[in-house]
Design a protein around this ligand. Sequence first.
Ligand SMILES: [Zn+2]
Length: 420
Amino acid sequence: MIILQNVFLNDKVCNILIDKNKIVKISDTINVPTDEVIDCTDKAIFPSFCNTHTHASMMFLRGIGEDKNLFDWLNQDIFPREAKLKPEHIYSLSRYALLEMIKTGTTCFTDMYFHVPETIKAVNEMGIRAVIPYPGMDFFDENEAENRIQLATKYLDEPSPNSRIKKALYCHAIYTCSEKLICAFSDLAKKYDTYLQIHVSETQKEVDDCIQKYGCRPVELLYQWGIMGPQTLFAHAVHLNDNELRLVKKTGTVLAHCPTSNLKLGSGQMSLQKYLDTGVKLTLGTDGVASNNSLSMISEMKLAALSAKNKADSVLAGKVEDIFQVATQNGFNGFGINAGTIEEGKLADFILVDMNNQFLLPNNNLKSNMIYAADSSCITDVFCDGKPVMRNKLILRENEIISDFKNVCADLLKQDLPTL
Ligand SMILES: [Zn+2]
């Protein structure tokens, strides 16, 4: 058992008892024998963040292919370089991504990449949570669809190494995956009681192409195919009309908002406030660093708030409480994880922040400071599942993780494309 002593929570100082992986008591005084008492004087506690859309291993692509639209960026800069990745690269790239996530206060993420056992190995070692989906992309090749379905089944049949890691499935998008693959993956996800993710309506071009090919909009198509539901996550979902929003709400489908990536790739701006007012399950993701260019959920919250106000032309859009909830509680809820708030009975996933950090003073509104002023320098400690993954700003094996990452980048980028 651990006691967090004199920690600042919701505008007052209290003590918090953690037993195994849960917050069991929040009180003015706690008098029980414990393994450790952590002095939290001048520190505040917040729930950690849940990043519901990223591509962790894209770390080596940070800064490559700047100032291009989504389709040019993918086809000219990303897909050709990703083709050179080997499984051993993924482990090093994932570990480095997890380092950045932990430093910026994230203890749960969901990925979309390949060579997934390597990412699972990295998550297992680094001690945070993840939903790791098996990749689905067949480029409309029937044999490849069959192959993917068989491999995905095998992946789901093998148990996850621990309760922090959930196995799931993803299909890249309706423009890279056939109906056969998407529907089969959806059926598999239901059979194994797990999650299915897919990029949906990221750009207006995707919507226009879908109407031309299938005679309806992307969300309408996926609704007809029967893949929507509370265990389906649509990443981006920028260009949804009223009928599509109604279908999302009706089915309980979860949406991952990625404001930085959407703006940077010129994909468009989601009407965050309209989505929240409709009552859909909205969560927040960074997307990969190749289109962000960081994995910081703090930065993502700020842009989500500002772009919501801009899109709605109203200061009432993207309020502090709503944005914080989208980045924390809504994400964990989306994956059925009992975390995202600091309450008795919740899983002990949290961050401690230094209230004397220059970005957090004065403390007129700490949550607003976290969204609009903070950066990772404010975070001193990160706990996941009741265990520290960062203590006093230190992460285990940090130097080794960094030098390993630098070696992998040098190896991958030295054989770079002739166009560079
Ligand atoms: Zn993505």
